[in-house]
Design a protein around this ligand. Sequence first.
Ligand code: AMP
Ligand code: ZN
Length: 463
Amino acid sequence: MADQTPIQLYDTLTRAKRRFEPIDPDNVRLYVCGPTVYDYAHIGNARPVIVFDVLFRLLRHVYGADHVTYVRNITDVEDKINARALRDHPDLPLNEAIRAVTEKTADRFRADALALGCLPPTHEPRATEHIEGMIAMIGTLIDRGHAYVATGEEGAGVLFDVGSMPDYGMLSKRDLDEQQAGARVAVAAHKRNPADFVLWKQSGPDEPGWDADFGGTAIHGRPGWHIECSVMSAHHLGERFDIHGGGIDLVFPHHENEIAQSRCAHGTEVMANYWMHNGFLQVEGQKMSKSLGNFVTVHDLLETEKFGGRKWPGEVLRLAMLMTHYREPIDFSVRRLEEADNLLTRLWRRAVHAEDAGSAADVENALADDLNTVDAIHALSNLSGRPLRSALDFLGLPAAAPLGDIDPKSVQATIDSRLAFIREKNWVEADRIRDELLEKGIQLKDGKDPHTGERVTTWEVKR
Ligand code: AMP
Ligand code: ZN
């Protein structure tokens, strides 16, 4: 760590690039808002996944792989999920239908993230596993005078009282008085302030619901979106942690409201010390939308020929994403992918064959400067051989190791030990082994023996 350039990060809250100082260097804590699992991730959703994976790798490098905790949640309760469950599984009981949608989508999301070269986060909590914690936090907010029970047109619910928090709006720089004066929409009669937002809402028969009691008012209902991240981040990372990330669209209302809930429930001045937001992605110069026909999922790019008439390896998608600084908007296009593909082919050739030249530290230093992946990629062009291989590993774009370096016997022994962990349902160890092999350029494929039905794992060297 001694000769490591200090990490500088741009913080949305203070609108400044600041030197990163963790609260506890032995446990650096990062939370990133994950997907709402009602549909496959589109290429825009992949941007925060890749960007914060680069940050995770950088932090692991500087503080040690065992000293960084990365939490990325899965939102598995949301009205779009209900709608999808009712549409796709009309014959199943509601809860089963919802589970079918969320399991399938979450599995696909994990597979996409892996194909994009992202390490699994330390924890991947699901909102539905934390309902009790949400009910408890809402109770605390009511007790402390920051939330109230109200009945609107859609039934009873609990709302956060933004007027109870003098500095509400700091992240998005919204002033409540200005908002009120400028508000043209009629304030829903049950709200004290037009900006008050939902913490808990009553559920009807076609909606998932949990029993809850708020100061004597029983409301069978479901949580609002924002409360889940306040609860899951506190559960895994504590009341105050280092970095909170997500796409720029989440600044308001989602992150603003997370801050309000967490600070008011815990009585803290700060929820996270650094707030990081990736810029938005457009496709071929336009906002992605189903009606424009430019809506591309990661799955489409990896496995179909819908975009540019061919499949695109995850590494190409990843490099194409990192060719622009994370805070800038990206125009995702076939041309960009072709450029990334050509560059990657050149780099991988030089990494495997050529003489050693240059130092991977140049790449690391560029990343330490607010994840300047543009400079980092530029620095790659001065490297070859081992330093280039280690720089590519660092960026999550490992060059296929020359076959001569791989001992098939030892790979098989490692796979066998992983299978033993799988039999014990020790997924953490099993995943760790899979990722370690992947870092060496060895990709595992899990399958079943067609005759015995037993699990078999094969491997190949990534190109
Ligand atoms: P969602 O599932 O809509 O909550 O989005 C998951 C993550 O993807 C959030 O961090 C969003 O900010 C991010 N995101 C969604 N659309 C885009 C886009 N077009 N470009 C970049 N990030 C996006
Ligand atoms: Zn969130």
